[in-house]
Design a protein around this ligand. Structure first.
Ligand code: HEM
Length: 193
């Protein structure tokens, strides 16, 4: 078990758990979204409808986790970036993280707006129905599909850059960047409780 709160050296257990839960959920949502978009709309195949239902439920779960994560982020110390990092890389890293937060909220919200515009209800894990955010409108429905799709591409591109940077720091530069986001490993590399 790691420490709960973030320190200036590393992320705490809740931040790490939320980071890796979302690092699994979000690519899964992007993959299912792209697959759904490639499926035909008509026919007796109900697989697309079932997939859309799961995509929406998991998307709303991702929104709840993103809000929780945002709250944790503003209420906690932000671990410092590696000191030797050039200034432009420090600024880009922080900028990518900010874009992630914006996308983690904007993607599910545009999905929710899209469903409302299309006249389709949205529920929280099937437990209760959420209110419609806007009135039904065919024009807005199609516009929001486009926006949702492009935000998904942006998240995918940023994730690839972000993951490549993390792996480069770990395997090529050998610094503590990845270790501070891993459970039970101190920034110096030794296990701690
Ligand atoms: C959809 C996938 C991902 C998203 C949305 C994401 C998002 C973020 C965000 C917002 C931060 C800033 C810290 C925070 O406030 O929580 C962060 C930090 C970090 N992420 Fe990710 N991440 C993703 C996937 C990955 C993957 C696949 C890796 C590793 C291969 C990774 C490695 C890291 C590391 C090492 C940090 C700490 C960077 C530092 O502060 O120096 N992330 N991530």
């Amino acid at each position: 078990m790691g420490r709960l709160r973030n320190t200036s050296e590393r992320f705490g257990a809740p931040a790490i758990a939320l980071h890796w839960a979302m690092a699994l959920l979000l690519p899964g949502l992007i993959a299912s979204g792209l697959y759904m978009a490639s499926m035909p709309d008509v026919g007796f195949d109900t697989r697309k409808i079932v997939l859309i239902l799961y995509h929406k439920e998991v998307g709303i779960l991702a929104l709840a986790l993103a809000l929780l994560r945002l709250a944790w982020r503003v209420g906690n110390t932000l671990p410092a970036l590696v000191e030797t990092l050039p200034r432009w890389q420090q600024v880009s890293a922080r900028l990518v993280h900010l874009c992630f937060y914006a996308l983690m909220v904007a993607l599910p919200v545009t999905g929710w707006l899209m469903s409302s515009a299309g006249g389709f209800p949205v529920s929280f894990l099937g437990l209760f129905e959420l209110p419609d955010l806007i009135a039904p409108s065919d024009f807005r429905f199609h516009g929001l599909i486009e926006i949702h799709q492009w935000l998904g591409y942006a998240l995918l591109a940023l994730t690839l850059v972000h993951a490549a940077a993390a792996l480069r720091h770990h395997f090529l530069l050998g610094d503590a960047t990845l270790k501070k986001m891993l459970p039970g490993v101190s920034s110096q590399g030794a296990a701690f409780d």
